[in-house]
Ligand binder design. Structure first.
Ligand code: ADP
Ligand code: MG
Length: 264
């Protein structure tokens, strides 16, 4: 339960769990060229829930996350996080980008990738102290990668890289976690490890929003879905929104392909 206590100087002090929406989007339109990638999208993500963003290829799922992070500039629309502007809350939002979008040519040690999640604590001088190493190592342990701290990230398997990215997000100590297809191209053990970490975050009251490709696992993994195809198709608890009518509307003739892809 969320309580707001007015302190003597008039400022409001947050006590307990934050029940305001970690991500509230109104009338969001994003365009890279002439055709909009997102058109007038409204979304209200529930705090403490795990929500899957689903929709066909090119539906604007990644763009939605990037807009929520301020990485792409909208043509119009409003984004609020925990009742405030995005810029005021950006530090509470962690992002795990789509793995394929990251270039690994630059040699970087696993431990350094995770330390990047601590940039706010490290400050301008970036002096790494023992407590920072401890946090980074414990985050690596949470994803089962503590034995890889000194490896080059480019030498890891796809699943291992994805775990390291998740560890970096954990190090940030965020309240809202945005993940773009975290299970794409990872092995079964990594998928299990990641979902366990995400469920543990939820248990701590954190909010998880993941672009998700595999329709078959939606009911097992997620509480809610946000279905999109440039515009919003449906939003709600899995039992209400993850239904053939909306899936058909979003995927059209591609639904059979999406399900085959999910099964294979
Ligand atoms: P999804 O993640 O659902 O597959 P995206 O958000 O990546 O969809 O893309 C939505 C649309 O915007 C697609 O038509 C895609 O081709 C286009 N798009 C995405 N990123 C860019 C970009 N950087 N420049 C131009 N077009 C883009
Ligand atoms: Mg995408």
């Amino acid at each position: 339960m969320h309580l707001e206590l007015a302190t003597q100087d008039g400022h409001r002090k947050d006590v307990g769990k934050d029940t305001r929406s970690p991500l509230e989007i109104r009338g969001l339109t994003v365009s890279y060229g002439e055709k909009p990638a997102l058109f007038s999208v409204d979304a209200t993500f529930e705090p403490g829930a795990m929500t899957a963003i689903i929709g066909p290829n090119g539906a604007g799922k990644s763009t939605l996350l990037k807009a929520a992070l301020g990485i792409v500039k909208p043509v119009s629309g409003r984004i609020r996080s925990y009742g405030k502007s995005l810029s005021a809350q950006r530090h509470r939002i962690a992002y795990v980008p789509q793995r394929a979008s990251v270039d690994w040519d630059f040699p970087t040690r696993v431990l350094d990738v995770v330390l990047m999640g601590l940039y706010r604590q490290l400050g301008l001088l970036g002096r790494v102290r023992p407590k920072h190493l401890e946090i980074a190592m414990s985050c690596l342990a949470r994803v089962g990668m503590e034995g890889f701290a000194d490896r080059q990230i480019g030498q890891l398997s796809g699943g291992q890289q994805q775990r390291v990215f998740l560890a970096r997000a954990l190090a940030q100590g965020a309240d809202l976690y945005l993940l773009d297809e975290p299970f794409a191209g990872v092995d079964a053990a990594t998928e299990k490890a990641i979902i366990a970490v995400l469920k543990a975050l939820k248990e701590q009251g954190k909010t998880v929003i993941a672009v998700h490709h595999d329709l078959a696992t939606v009911p097992d993994y997620f509480d809610r879905v946000f279905i999109i195809n440039t515009s919003r198709v449906a939003e709600g608890p899995v039992a209400e929104a993850f239904v053939p009518e909306y899936l058909q509307e979003a995927y059209g003739g591609r639904l059979a392909t999406a399900q085959m892809g999910a099964a294979g």
